[in-house]
Design a protein around this ligand. Structure first.
Ligand code: LHQ
Length: 263
């Protein structure tokens, strides 16, 4: 499948997916969603991929749903926004969460509406200082989607989630980091280099262990302590049999850096 709305590249275990509809601030439309589905299926099928980057081209990360798209624009035909969520946003968020590799979201500019919440669905969210997050849904009579009502209260608590979702105010990247909504905010001039270093670090990490960590932390949101202790036991049992665990321990004993293969 050729891509017209995203950029896709692979290099040394790192896949980079860039939302690329710059004149619309990288708003999602049906075509972009289809391309993202295809791209994520390729990532899922390729065992050599060890980290995925999601970012945006130009001055924005993503302005959410394209409000001019036929699928959502009110007109003579009634609009079924639920169908668009079922077809596009729900599978996108679930796929990002289920990928057994770390997904980095580099928020290079404004992230609004579903654009903000797709970012929050990623595992490590790093933003440039001039970026911002807007739960824009209430500005147009909708509710947060793409997992926003799930992620926001878990990440920053109900009071802040309510404030953001009910008011639709712009939250600076700096404040987002201070609140724990995202991993980190870095100065614009250091953003690309910091993202690159992060990707390279993750690409040579023990990938199976990172996948298990991701899953275990996700499961903890709905688990009792006892159930979570069982999750940890089962993952640890699995990791204990991995080549990377052997390598990690051997490297420690030999006082050398580990050479993880992701196996
Ligand atoms: C856009 C958009 C956009 C089209 C900027 N669409 N053109 C909803 C419905 C259905 C299914 C499921 O889910 C959803 C979830 C959602 O995502 S609802 C939320 C949708 N997003 C928004 O409401 C945000 C709309 N955009 C904005 O508020 C602003 O553009 C932000 C704050 C993102 C950026 O503001 P500025 O930096 O001042 O840029 P701008 O507003 O001048 O935008 C630049 C261009 O991009 C402009 O086009 P133009 O031809 O005038 O230069 C905008 O019309 C276009 N654009 N967002 N979502």
């Amino acid at each position: 499948m050729g891509y017209a709305n995203i950029l896709f590249s692979t290099d040394s275990g790192i896949v980079r997916v860039t939302l690329n509809r710059q004149d619309k601030l990288n708003a999602f439309n049906d075509a972009m969603h289809a391309e993202l589905r295809d791209a994520l299926a390729r990532v899922k099928a390729d065992a050599s991929v060890r980290v995925l980057l999601l970012t945006g081209a130009g001055r924005a990360f993503c302005s959410g749903q394209d409000l001019a798209d036929r699928a959502v624009k009110p007109g003579s035909e009634p609009v079924d926004i639920g169908a668009s969520i079922e077809r596009n946003y729900k599978p996108l968020v679930l796929t990002l969460r289920a990928l057994p590799i770390p997904v980095v979201c580099a928020v290079n500019g404004v992230a609004a509406g579903a654009g903000a919440n797709v970012a929050l669905a990623c595992d490590i969210v790093i933003a440039t200082r001039s970026a911002s997050f807007i739960q824009a849904f209430c500005r147009i009579g909708l509710v947060p989607d793409a997992g926003g009502t799930h992620f926001l209260p878990r990440l920053i608590g109900t009071a802040r989630a309510m404030g953001l979702a009910l008011l639709g105010d712009r939250l600076s990247a700096e404040q987002a980091a201070a609140w724990g909504l995202i991993w980190k905010c870095v100065d614009d001039g250091e953003f690309s280099a910091t993202v690159e270093a992060l990707l390279r670090q993750l690409a040579i990490a023990p990938t199976r262990s990172l996948g298990a960590i991701k899953r275990a932390l996700q499961l903890s949101a709905g688990n009792t302590l006892e159930a979570q202790l069982d999750v940890e036991r089962d993952f640890q049992q699995e990791m204990g049999r991995s080549a990377d665990f052997q390598e990690g321990v051997a490297a420690f004993a030999e006082k050398r850096p580990p050479r993880f293969t992701g196996k």
